[in-house]
Design a protein around this ligand. Structure first.
Ligand code: B12
Ligand code: SF4
Ligand code: SF4
Length: 322
């Protein structure tokens, strides 16, 4: 193995990170895999356009000489966010990777630059299928739920991906693998309320996943077939991770715990813009990395507070998410 890559791996390990470097030649395979499934009409077209069409399978203009792709997995916790409404406090979960998402990307890019620049190499961020790359680089394996898993991190990690001009002659590219544990387990399939994980095919039916619907822009109300009682997080969904035996060790790992008062919750439910929020509320949202989500809060919070003021009685969100 190239000396620089070997040193990079050991520096990553020292920071509790895991990484892989693969040849830039793999870019074509990634593109073929995603575009091939699109051509075979395996993706719902609306989902494809919204969720996958942003991929760009060519290095940026200022790093046309890219020779490799670097993937780094960063362990990430869940976050609790509490909303008070008329004397009742409801604690909701933000799944791993939502908190400080962009900050993590910047930190890893900074670390890689700090380590590789003295060797004469550069890095640049990439708009690529990061989970697929993590799996095909040999760093992760798929769970039956289609989420990536890494020993020692479970599915609680954020895969970050960068182009680099660091040469890579040999790599650990492999066929996509499902964890051995999944062979005799159907827990995630059983717990998914929407039928997004099915026994008919491995590929997720993403258009049925709650996350597709609760991350969407506010002009998309939740469709009627989604039972309001299925919602279990402020954004995202934890049901296929929460019951997975491979994630058991990480389920109690939380960082960050912002609380919003009755007045702040009322503003969110009304759908005000960020300049109409008190500076302290803006700062809390910013700490959570949720300023961008302000416009979807009326819809997403609305399912937990049926009409402004009324928490859904049967909801078991707190239990479900812990
Ligand atoms: C679009 C998207 C979504 C969509 C679609 C999800 C999906 N599975 O495609 C929606 C909005 C539903 C979503 C939900 C979630 N997402 Co998302 N999502 C993405 C995004 C932008 C692209 C993912 C992608 O490439 N999908 C395309 C499909 C084709 O890829 P795939 O899932 O890898 O499918 C492969 C397998 O099915 C495999 N395959 C097919 N047949 C077979 C057969 C066998 C035997 C095997 C082994 C494999 C196999 O081949 C396919 C690839 O060709 C990435 C960010 C990025 N830039 O990559 C984040 C990302 C993948 N998501 C992420 C997360 C955290 C989630 C959630 C867990 C969030 C949550 N808790 O609420 C959920 C999980 C839902 C689920 N069960 O997958 C993380 C992944 C972290 C991880 N540990 O893997 C990413 C990387 C973003 C991040 N935060 O860093 N997501
Ligand atoms: S719940 Fe079971 S089948 Fe699903 S990902 Fe976890 S181990 Fe695999
Ligand atoms: S995130 Fe929720 S809706 Fe999506 S596949 Fe997992 S359990 Fe199903």
């Amino acid at each position: 193995m190239n000396r620089v890559i070997e040193t990079l791996y050991s520096k990553l390990e020292k920071q509790d990170l895991k990484g892989r470097v693969v040849s830039i030649q793999r870019l074509k395979e990634l593109q073929k895999e995603i575009e091939g499934r699109h051509t075979q009409e395996l993706f719902d077209e609306e989902f494809y356009q919204e969720g996958l069409s942003f991929f760009s399978f060519r290095p940026p203009d200022d790093l046309q000489a890219a020779a490799s792709l670097i993937v780094v997995a960063v362990p990430r916790p869940q976050t609790k966010v509490s909303f008070t409404w008329r004397g009742k406090t409801l604690t909701l979960i933000l799944p791993p990777t939502y908190l400080g998402f962009s900050e993590v990307l910047r930190q890893i890019e900074g670390l890689l630059t700090e380590w590789l620049a003295p060797e004469g190499y550069r890095v640049a961020s990439a708009k690529l299928p990061r989970k697929l790359l993590a799996v095909r680089s040999g760093l992760a394996e798929y769970g039956r739920n289609n989420i990536g898993y890494i020993p020692g991190m479970g599915s609680f990690f954020q895969p970050t991906v960068f182009y680099s001009d660091l040469p890579c002659q040999e790599d650990t590219w492999c066929e996509p693998r499902m964890m051995d544990k999944c062979q005799d387990c159907l827990v995630c399939l059983t717990k998914c309320p929407t039928g997004a994980i099915t026994s008919e095919r491995f590929l997720l039916r993403a258009e049925r996943c709650l996350v597709f619907h609760n991350e969407r822009s506010p002009d998309h109300p939740f469709p009627d077939w989604i039972d309001p009682a299925w919602h279990n997080c402020l954004i995202g969904c934890m049901l296929c991770q929460q019951f997975c035996p491979e994630d058991k060790a990480f389920l109690k790992w939380f960082e960050g715990n912002e609380t919003f008062s009755h007045e702040e919750t009322a503003l969110f439910l009304r759908g005000v813009s960020s300049d109409q929020l008190p500076a302290t509320t803006q700062a809390k949202l910013e700490r959570l990395g949720l300023l961008y989500a302000l416009e979807i809060l009326p819809r997403n919070l609305g399912v937990f507070f049926r009409s402004p003021g009324q928490a859904i009685q049967q909801n078991t969100v707190r239990e479900k998410c812990r």
